[in-house]
Design a protein around this ligand. Sequence first.
Ligand SMILES: Cc1cc2nc3c(=O)[nH]c(=O)nc-3n(C[C@H](O)[C@H](O)[C@H](O)COP(=O)(O)OP(=O)(O)OC[C@H]3O[C@@H](n4cnc5c(N)ncnc54)[C@H](O)[C@@H]3O)c2cc1C
Length: 408
Amino acid sequence: MAQRESEIVIVGAGPTGASLALALAQAGFETVLLDARDLTATPPQDTRNFAIVTGSWRLLDAVGITPALEGETQPLHGLEAVDGGTHWFGAPRVLFGDEDVPERGEGETLGHMVEAPKLQAALDSAIKATGKLTHLSPVRFAGYETQPGKVIVRLEDGETISARLLIGADGVNSPVRTAAGIPTEGRDYGKSVFAANVTLSQPHGGVARQLFTPEGPFATLPLKGDRANLAWYMKRGAPEAMAKLPAEEVEAELNHRFAHFAGEMKIDGPMGSYPLILKIAERLIDDRVALVGDAVRRINPLAGQGLNQGFRDVGALYDAIIEADRAGLDIGSPQTLSAYQVSRRFGANSAALAMDGIDRLFSNDAALTKPVRGLGLMLADRIPPVRRALAGVASASGHGLPSLMQPR
Ligand SMILES: Cc1cc2nc3c(=O)[nH]c(=O)nc-3n(C[C@H](O)[C@H](O)[C@H](O)COP(=O)(O)OP(=O)(O)OC[C@H]3O[C@@H](n4cnc5c(N)ncnc54)[C@H](O)[C@@H]3O)c2cc1C
C-alpha cells in the first residue's frame, strides 16, 4: 500500500482535533485529519451541552465555525453558584455576568451554550468544505514509529502516513498517548452525572446556575427558549438507574428536590449518564508527538471547563507551530514541542485540580469546610478584583491568551 506524505497528522476529529486541523490547514500546513467515526455521517445522539466560554468562542470564530452555529446557540450571560448546605443566615452565592469578562469586545458574552452534536456537525461540514485539509474516515490509528526528522503513522487498514508531527486529539483513552508510552494519573470519583434537557417553568435569562448540596452539585445550563440542560451529580449507580426510569418518575423526583431552586421542570428529550473520572497525562509531548484536549486531561465537568481547556491546548500548540515555522525551525522538533508544553505547564492541570478541590470542598456539610466555602463565595461576589480574576479564568479571556483566543 502507498505511503502518504504530509506535514502534520491529527488523530481524532472531535472538537479539539477538528478545530486545530482547520486552523493549521488555513495557515497553509499540509494536514491529514483522521477519525474512527465516519465524518460524512450525522454525529451520534448525545445529551451533552457545552458551555463554550468567551476565549473558546473566539477560537471557533477564527476557524470559521460560528456562522454555522448562528441561531443554534444560547448566549450565556451569567454564572451563578449557590451553596445549598444548611446555613443560619441564608445560602452564600456568587453571580458573574457579561460585564465581568476582562477586555470584552463589543457584543461579547460570557459564552455560548451549544449542543454537542450541533458543534460536531458544524465542524464536520467545515472539514469537508476545506480543500486544503485531507480527512480520512472511518479509519483507525494503529501505531507509529519515529525515524530521523519524521514520524510514520500506521492505520489499522495498513496505510501509512509520513509526517513531521503527530497530534493526538483522540480523547480520554487516547491510543496515541498509549503508543507514546505517556503515563496518566487520576482517580475515579465514584460518582456519575445524570444529564437531560428539560423545559423550565421560569425564564433562565441566559444564566447557568449551580446548587452545591452535600450529596453533590445540581446544575441547570440555559438552552434556547425556556429549556435547560441539567446535570445532577450522584453516587455511581444512581444516575445510571435514573436514566432508565420513565420520564414522569424522574420529573417527580427532580421537582421534589430542586423545584425550590430551578422551578418546575419537565423532561424534554433523551436522558443519559456519564461516570466522573479524573485522568491527567504526565506529559503533553513525546518525540514528534503532542497531545491536546481530553487526551491530556479528563476533568470533572462541574464548571464546564473540560473542552474549554482543550481549546486552550489547541491555541497554544497552534502558536508554537506557527512561531517555529516563521523562524524556519522544524515544527516537530523538541524545541517546538517544549514551547507548547511550557506554555500549558500551569494551565494544563490547574483546572483539573481546581475542579477536584471544589468537588471535595462542596460535597459535604462538615462544620469545618462550610464557613470556608461560604466566605469564598462571599468574597468572590463582593470584591470586584476577585470577581474579575475569577471571571477571566472562567471565560478564558484577559491576558496571556493564545492568538486564536484574543479579541479581534
Ligand atoms: C456530561 C459531560 C458534560 C460536559 N460538559 C462540558 C461543558 O459544558 N464544557 C466543556 O468545556 N466541556 C464539557 N465536557 C467535556 C467535553 O465533553 C470534552 O472535554 C470534549 O469532548 C473533549 O474533546 P476532544 O476533541 O479532546 O475529544 P473527543 O471529543 O473525545 O474526540 C476524540 C476523537 O478521537 C477519535 N478516536 C479515538 N480513538 C481513535 C483511533 N484509534 N483512531 C481514530 N480516531 C480515534 C474518536 O472517534 C473521537 O472522534 C463535558 C463532558 C461530559 C462527560
